[in-house]
Design a protein around this ligand. Structure first.
Ligand SMILES: [Zn+2]
Length: 122
């Protein structure tokens, strides 16, 4: 199956994905630093209970954000693998080409819009 995307476009998306990955990994590092639970003094300080509750909420929010970022990194990694395999730009489910407009918007898109919708309902 010939790739619908030109080498130039694939190269461009490869660069975008790699830059995005570096950015996301940096964000994860920053968020980990913000996590009150990663504070080495946390265990030893005698903070009041309300501080603990606030720290718990902060921790949960940060953890959710990190998970979200990690999922994107995973999608980007998958997209980069697809580029090396020559399958980038094709839906992983139905193997149909993903429209370029969608890839411009979401370079790490793994599925065409139809499949993505079906997967969300499932
Ligand atoms: Zn599809």
């Amino acid at each position: 199956m010939a790739n619908q995307l030109s080498k130039t476009i694939i190269k461009k998306h490869n660069d975008i994905l790699e830059k995005e990955k570096v950015k996301l990994l940096a964000q994860i590092v920053e968020l980990t630093k913000d996590d009150p639970f990663s504070d080495p003094d946390h265990a030893s300080d005698n903070a009041a209970i309300d501080t603990d509750v606030r720290e718990q909420v902060g921790h949960d929010t940060i953890e959710a954000e990190i998970k979200d970022l990690q999922k994107r990194v995973k999608d980007i990694d998958a997209a980069l693998v697809k580029i090396t395999k020559g399958t980038y730009g094709f839906c992983e489910k139905c193997s149909m080409p993903i429209p370029l407009a969608r890839l411009e918007l979401v370079p790490e898109a793994r599925y065409c819009i139809d499949c993505e919708k079906k997967l969300r309902i499932m």
